[in-house]
Design a protein around this ligand. Structure first.
Ligand SMILES: [Zn+2]
Length: 344
């Protein structure tokens, strides 16, 4: 395929949306806002951290002396449990009751760690706990979607540096998942194949956006990526949810999570901030054969540890835009070491 060095748009077949790419613009000087770099050595246990083992949380409960992962229901949840489905419409004003529950998953008792600094064994425990939680929440009849995600770094609004992620399980299918459900369903109905499976095949033939891979997963910068160093992990086998992973795939997934997050930290020699999320079929009991599991990282940094990409102006009012191309970003990440800079 012809690569462009002129401004162009790229299509995202998963969301049916476009992104504007302006490769010539990377040379413009930066005089905008810069962020503070967080580089403080943290202790393995922080007495003031509400996620550390044995400590008291804001709701008054005490965490157990956990040794691997630990899951609890968020004391300040955005959703409340229940089976309510009240709707109301008044002219153009519509509301619908939303119920559900929010959980917090501590990835490790060690307060000083982040995902790229954890062992493969430790990360495999995280994958196992994601599986267990998805399985349990799916069994709750009113839960239609289970969103697993992680916000890392204060720049992403993460209030606590302790390694942890979240799960929001809710009574309806949220926007992004609804879009991806529809596009993948339409593709599967037409071709009897997975959209992301075909996409992955094309990417492996091309190679220019691949960052790393192992026997079961590929990490790449999607052709239509919006964030400068956005990446996606796609399994080579077509499956719909984290619960479909074999024991071998759990370890392979942990390994590729480690590889990409180490590269991220090595990129600007900092604890690299991001929002990362698991994308998988809804839990609404409908057939979702077209759904192809994937895991996405949306990091906000643009050109250094202190320069953030802002989604403002044109991006708010028209559509997302990026400067460095997906291919340039992939090459940069591909060439980085898989050994964490702190251990180098
Ligand atoms: Zn802690």
């Amino acid at each position: 395929m012809k690569t462009f060095d002129k401004p162009h748009k790229r299509y995202n077949p998963l969301t049916d949306e476009w992104v504007l790419v302006s490769p010539h613009r990377t040379k413009r000087p930066w005089q905008g806002k810069t962020e503070e770099v967080e580089e403080t050595r943290r202790p393995a246990h922080d007495p003031s951290c509400y996620l550390c083992a044995g400590n008291e949380r804001m709701g008054g409960q005490h965490n157990p002396m956990y040794e691997s992962t630990f899951v609890f229901q968020n004391d300040f949840a955005a959703l409340l449990e229940g089976d309510g489905n009240t709707e109301s419409t008044k002219g153009l004003l519509r509301t619908r009751e939303e119920t559900g529950l929010c959980k917090v998953i501590c990835f490790s008792p060690d307060h000083s760690l982040t995902m790229p600094e954890m062992t493969i064994a430790g990360l495999t425990e995280v994958v196992k706990v994601w599986k267990r939680e998805f399985e349990a929440l799916e069994r709750v009849s009113y839960i239609k979607n289970v969103q697993i995600f992680e916000n890392k770094g204060s720049i992403m609004g993460c209030s606590n540096p302790h390694p942890h992620g979240q799960i929001w399980a809710q009574s309806s299918v949220p926007n992004e998942i609804a879009k991806k459900t529809e596009t993948q369903r339409a593709y599967f109905t037409k071709y009897q194949r997975s959209l992301l499976g075909d996409y992955l095949h094309q990417e492996l033939e091309d190679g220019s956006r691949i960052i790393c891979r192992n026997e079961h997963f590929v990490c790449l910068i999607p052709f239509w990526a919006v964030w400068p160093y956005e990446t996606m992990i796609i399994p080579t086998r077509h499956f719909q949810a984290v619960t479909d992973m074999t024991t071998e795939e759990e370890v392979a997934f942990a390994e590729i999570l480690s590889k990409i997050t180490i590269r991220y930290d090595n990129l600007f020699k900092c604890s690299f901030p991001y929002s990362a999320g698991m994308q998988q079929r809804p839990t609404d009991d409908k057939p979702h054969e077209g759904w192809h599991f994937h895991y996405s990282f949306y990091p906000p940094l643009l050109r250094s540890a202190t320069v953030k990409k802002f989604m403002v102006g044109y991006e708010m009012f028209a559509n997302p835009q990026r400067d460095i191309t997906a291919e340039q970003a992939a090459e940069t990440l591909r060439l980085l070491s898989e050994k964490h800079y702190k251990n180098g």
